[in-house]
Design a protein around this ligand. Structure first.
Ligand code: SF4
Ligand code: SF4
Length: 365
């Protein structure tokens, strides 16, 4: 079933009658709200609205920023899962945790330069493996950053950590699930679906019991041949619980080390215009894509700053390629596009013969 046809399914229409569908950058969103960010704006007010205005305009290339307003942080270079469409399937990471002093220096500069009208997102790796994650969230919130995003697979989202994260100041919780039944979850992720679903529902219950609308909650589903038959069931399962549901196109990571060059038509990527990403090893990249391991332009442990890298010749050149719609980096082509003749299901699986082994993961780091 395609994303486009999903809402024509009769049963889905019945269950998700109030949900609106919108096609976004590389994803399709279902929500009761035109923009779920409006809920946060109700709580945070004009500063949040101004940040979102700058975020949307810069992402379209209509406003050229001199400093990023979207900072992605990899708290730990490790994941407890090895999903077969993810590079973590073949390399879970180094187990590095981001250096505390360098992290705090970076956040201090970021908060000062953006005046807090900005986002910090914990993605890549599994941030809840970091036993100091709540302290990091509080550090960011205390410096006035208006948007703090946590992307997790939900396995370690215990009720106690849920309460601490909400109190610390998370504004968005993104939970990636990718399945509606245990059979499909086993194939896609290899863990206990009921545990994750219960953790997420408990997070929402705790938030509501605290009388809060924020953090808003998203569930997401990376569409592959392994799970596309469960898209409608996924909407029906989560429509009444979460603030929004997102179906995401699967990035084909199978070419991540070979980087074949090929011709493409014009395409756009918002990240070099508004974002910067810092890995647990301190590397500074223009985005959190796994492909960006080929786009390391600095390192916070060597004294480089996110502002320097955002204005570096390398990141400026990426922006130029998208503005002029020519001369794209081969890294970006492989990240966003498929070679001529490739179909949606071609070479999506980094690890086709999937044998779940997530229980061997160290936790917490
Ligand atoms: S949970 Fe996310 S980061 Fe971890 S292996 Fe799966 S897709 Fe990759
Ligand atoms: S690698 Fe290039 S195309 Fe992919 S997200 Fe990063 S900047 Fe965008």
């Amino acid at each position: 079933m395609s994303i486009e046809s999903l809402m024509s399914d009769e049963a889905t229409q019945q269950a998700a009658v109030d949900l609106k569908k919108s096609r976004l950058f590389f994803q399709t969103r279902f929500s009761k709200l035109a923009d779920p960010n409006d809920l946060i704006a109700e709580v945070k007010g004009e500063r949040y609205k101004e940040y979102r205005r700058r975020f949307l305009a810069s992402g379209r290339g209509e406003m050229i920023l001199d400093y990023p307003l979207d900072l992605s942080v990899e708290a730990v270079d490790w994941c407890n899962y090895e999903c077969p469409y993810c590079p973590r399937a073949v390399d879970r990471g180094s187990k590095a945790r981001i250096d505390k002093a360098a992290f705090e220096r970076m956040i201090d500069e970021y908060a000062a330069r953006t005046q807090g009208l900005a986002a910090v997102g914990f993605d890549r790796g599994e941030p809840l493996i970091d036993k100091h994650l709540e302290e990091k969230v509080r550090y960011i919130a205390d410096r006035g950053i208006v948007d703090i995003i946590l992307t997790t697979n939900g396995v370690y989202l215990t009720p106690e950590r849920s309460r601490k994260l909400i109190e610390a100041g998370v504004t968005k919780l993104h939970c990636s699930i990718d399945a509606a039944t245990q059979d499909t979850y086993t194939v896609c992720r290899g863990g206990d679906l009921e545990l994750v679903e219960n953790n997420l529902k408990e997070f929402i219950r705790v938030r509501n019991a605290m009388g809060r609308k924020v953090p808003i909650v998203r569930v997401s589903f990376v569409v592959t041949k392994l799970n596309e038959h469960e898209m409608d069931l996924f909407v029906r399962k989560w429509a009444d619980y979460t603030d929004y549901i997102e179906f995401q196109d699967c990035v084909d990571h199978s070419r991540i080390d070979t980087l074949p060059d090929f011709e493409t038509g014009p395409f756009h990527c918002q990240y070099p215009f508004q974002s910067i990403a810092v890995t647990a090893n301190g590397n500074i990249q223009p985005c959190c894509s796994f492909y960006a391991k080929h786009l390391v332009f600095g390192n916070i442990l060597k004294g480089d700053t996110v502002g320097q890298v955002f204005n570096s010749p390398q990141q400026t050149e990426l922006r130029r390629s998208f503005l002029e719609k020519k001369g794209y980096s081969v890294v970006c082509k492989n990240c966003r596009m498929k070679p001529p003749g490739a179909t949606r299901s071609d070479a999506i699986l980094v690890k086709p013969a999937y044998k779940p082994s997530h229980r061997s993961s160290p936790f917490p780091l």
